[in-house]
Design a protein around this ligand. Structure first.
Ligand code: KIV
Length: 273
């Protein structure tokens, strides 16, 4: 447990952390119970990620999750009253139409309890990022392996291995990072790109980079909660299972079933008279 006096993390604090060379830690959470646990663990930011579509809703990608569902999960996380910065993730279809739609969707997540929003894309969404930030809603960018572009990428594939200015090309990712920074984003997630490219981006832009599958040179790191806890079906090279909670949970449920079946649950201590 962290001390109850821990200061609330704010958007400007992440920039200060980059300048001081302090690593930023972000973890996803989708409900109050786990938001409280990750906050007590002392993370700097909680991402209410659209990964909720895969790790909680059972979809194979993040495309189906709706803005209403993202607002619901954001509200659950906010109810934990975390000290960590709450990042609301704009889902597919909630900003692709244009800047106006992006502002309106961001307002929905902010009213649900987000303190900033995250959206995927680089040069093509720069005007949307600019418009949202001009509405005083801080924006976190996200480039590289952007799961909402799964069909364009032909799967969840590492990006930036080939040179070029086409989407996913090395030069394009450098351009994307600059575009997101210039548009006014306060931080940027770099996902699924070579370590060397992430290092170059991190040294060339002034805003903090938060990596997942982008090597160790980023200003911070993010992981999906279910991957850390071993609750995820997916075994990706760039995630790490810190605990096998799936096995622990299965054992607990098996033990309960056994107790019920052999009549040892409930015992007298857990019964009323
Ligand atoms: O939705 C999510 O969990 C994300 C992280 C993988 C960065 O976008």
């Amino acid at each position: 447990m962290t001390t109850p006096t821990r200061k609330s993390v704010t958007v400007p604090m992440l920039q200060v952390m980059k300048s001081a060379g302090e690593k930023i830690v972000m973890v996803t959470a989708y409900d109050s119970t786990f938001a409280r646990i990750v906050d007590d663990a002392g993370v700097d930011a909680i991402l209410v990620g659209d990964s909720v579509a895969t790790v909680m809703q059972g979809h194979t990608n993040t495309i189906p999750v709706t803005l209403t569902e993202m607002a619901y999960h954001t509200a659950l996380v906010r109810r934990a009253q975390p000290k960590a910065l709450v990042v609301g993730d704009l889902p597919f279809g909630s900003y692709q139409v244009g800047a106006g739609q992006g502002i309106e969707s961001s307002i929905v997540l902010m009213k649900a309890g987000a303190q900033c929003v995250k959206l995927e894309g680089g040069t093509t969404v720069a005007t949307t990022i600019e418009a949202i930030t001009r509405s005083d809603i801080p924006v976190m960018g996200h480039i590289g392996l952007t799961p909402q572009s799964v069909h364009r990428m032909g799967g969840h594939k590492v990006q930036g291995r080939q040179d070029g200015v086409e989407p996913g090309g090395r030069q394009r990712l450098l351009d994307d990072a600059h575009a997101v920074e210039q548009a006014g984003a306060f931080a940027i997630v770099l996902e699924g790109i070579p370590t060397e490219l992430a290092q170059e981006i991190t040294s060339k832009i002034s805003i903090p980079t938060i990596g997942i599958g982008a090597g160790s040179f980023c200003d911070g790191q993010v992981l999906v909660m279910h991957d850390i806890l071993g609750l995820s079906e997916r075994e990706l090279t760039f995630t790490k299972k810190y605990i096998d909670m799936k096995s622990l949970a299965t054992s607990a449920f098996q033990e309960f079933a056994q107790d019920v079946r052999n009549g040892s649950w409930p015992d007298d201590k857990h019964s009323f008279h």
